[in-house]
Design a protein around this ligand. Structure first.
Ligand SMILES: *Cc1c(COP(=O)(O)O)cnc(C)c1O
Length: 465
């Protein structure tokens, strides 16, 4: 059929609207939305025809238009933030929302999503402090005198620098002027806060005397800042000054010390053979005046910026006008409180907080699940094999270390691995996997449980069809 003939066959919007199926969709979803989708569909068809591209005449029949309308409405109803099965082996995957929350945190968030006791004191009925419960838990868990919570660690460093050092010098080692993913750079944050950056040392080596000389040259210095090099490692001929030494120097010279911990772990991971990530309570004991860290990195909670330190310093931060701009919402606070409570018992934190459970999972605990997944995928077209692989902690922690893990490597039949991975990303449930040397790798470590393993197998089967 020629283009003009096809164009004549295009149904009219009014005729479509008069169809009983469309009328009932309009009742359900609103006439304006249905009208808009119908027009968009007919426009797309018209363009295709005018461009001389092939269009099957049955695509122009009213039934086909109604079917496309139903699909479009269903698609619009779907969330843009659907749940994902993470088989990438990257535990704190920023693209997938970093830490998956503990069930306790999910429940607390669901409860708080109605009216909730956020900023009133229950006894007096007067206005209260919204992060009071999290602050109390942070005091208890870190040994710090006081604490407060903002939206993320970028916000925590910004407000701390603004409150403590605006208009004054802050001394930082050149080896610690880091960039974290998503264009967070220490020098830029420093500039936004109004503090003046004074760089000391060299890229690979900074000595205590470098700080000391900078203090001589800048007697009005407000802070000595240490930044944890979260996402890279300098190896070879290197030196950084320890927090203890910085604190000693700061006390001698009457200058405060701030520690940006990045991840801020509560559990010691050295037993896993991982190098020590700074444990928050150790930095508090070392005497830093203020420490900042993320809620959704190694802590495994919701996105939040946690600030702990001595009472006077945290008080100044809380009183700063930026606090109102950076304050977290009730959902964050509810999820954070539930997560922090789990840390009262380290064994419970390891068992209940998914990120910690994944980090601590032994190869042997993954093996039965890997075997079960292998059996399911072996029944599909293509080939499947159990392999040893390496998971990453991610989220700007443990830049170079990997955790030994198990994955099922799957080579689909008749389709390239990258194209199959794209199919899995578009499917329901959404699946993310690694593609390596022409195969998909499904790493068991970052799937939450056996139910997710089974859902993954079903999604792969659907993608084969
Ligand atoms: C991750 C990180 C930040 C930023 O934290 P967010 O919670 O992502 O805002 C800041 N400093 C360091 C050292 C980090 O590792």
């Amino acid at each position: 059929m020629g283009g003009t003939a096809l164009l004549r066959q295009l149904p009219k919007v009014d005729a479509l609207l008069a169809q009983p199926a469309v009328a009932s969709l309009a009742d359900e979803h609103g006439r304006a939305r249905v009208l808009e989708l119908l027009r968009r569909d007919l426009d797309a068809l018209r363009h295709t025809i005018l461009a001389g591209q092939p269009v099957a005449p049955r695509e122009l029949e009213p039934e086909a238009c109604v079917a496309r309308l139903e699909r479009a409405l269903a698609q619009q109803a779907e969330s843009s933030y659907p749940a994902v099965l993470n088989a990438t082996g990257v535990i704190l995957h920023t693209g997938l929302g970093r830490a998956p929350l503990a069930v306790e945190a999910q429940t607390a968030i669901a409860d708080a999503s109605r009216y909730a006791l956020v900023e009133v004191d229950r006894a007096s009925g007067e206005r209260g402090q919204r992060d009071r419960a999290c602050a109390a838990l942070l005091r208890e868990l870190t040994g710090a005198e006081d604490a407060c919570v903002v939206n993320n660690n970028a916000g925590a460093t910004l407000i701390a620098l603004a409150a403590l050092a605006a208009g004054r010098p802050v001394i930082v080692s050149r080896g610690q002027l880091v960039e974290i993913g998503g264009s967070y750079r220490i020098p830029d944050v420093m500039e936004q806060s109004g503090a003046r950056l004074v760089e000391v040392g060299t890229t690979n080596r900074t000595h205590l005397r470098d700080y000391s000389r900078a203090l001589d040259a800048h007697p009005e210095t407000a802070l000595l800042l240490r930044v944890h090099c979260s996402n890279f490692r300098v190896e070879g001929f290197t030196k950084e000054v320890g927090l203890d030494e910085l604190v000693r120097l700061g006390r001698e010279r009457g200058v405060q010390v701030m520690d940006d911990l990045g991840s801020g772990c509560f559990l010691d991971l050295e037993a896993l053979g991982l190098p020590p990530e700074p444990v928050v309570s150790a930095s508090v004991r070392a005497g830093a005046n203020v420490l900042t860290f993320s809620g959704d990195k190694l802590l495994g909670g919701p996105q939040a910026g946690l600030i702990v330190g001595d009472a006077e310093t945290v008080g100044r931060i809380r009183a700063h006008p930026l606090y109102r701009a950076l304050r977290p919402g009730k959902l964050t606070l509810a999820g954070l409180e539930a997560t922090l409570k789990l840390y009262r018992d380290p064994a419970r934190a390891r068992a209940r907080i998914p990120a910690q459970r994944m980090i601590h999972a032994s190869l042997e605990s993954l093996r039965p699940r890997a075997q079960a997944l292998l059996t399911q995928l072996s029944a599909l077209p293509g080939s499947a094999e159990l392999i040893e692989t390496a998971s990453r902690i991610g989220g700007g922690s443990y830049a170079v270390e990997a955790l030994p893990s198990l994955a099922v490597a799957y080579a689909p039949a008749d389709v390239e691995a990258g194209a199959f991975a794209a199919r899995l990303r578009r499917g329901t449930p959404v699946v993310f996997a690694r593609v390596h040397e022409g195969r998909l790798l499904f790493d068991l470590r970052t799937l939450l449980d056996a139910d997710q393993d089974a859902a993954l197998a079903a999604a792969v089967r659907d993608a084969c069809a």
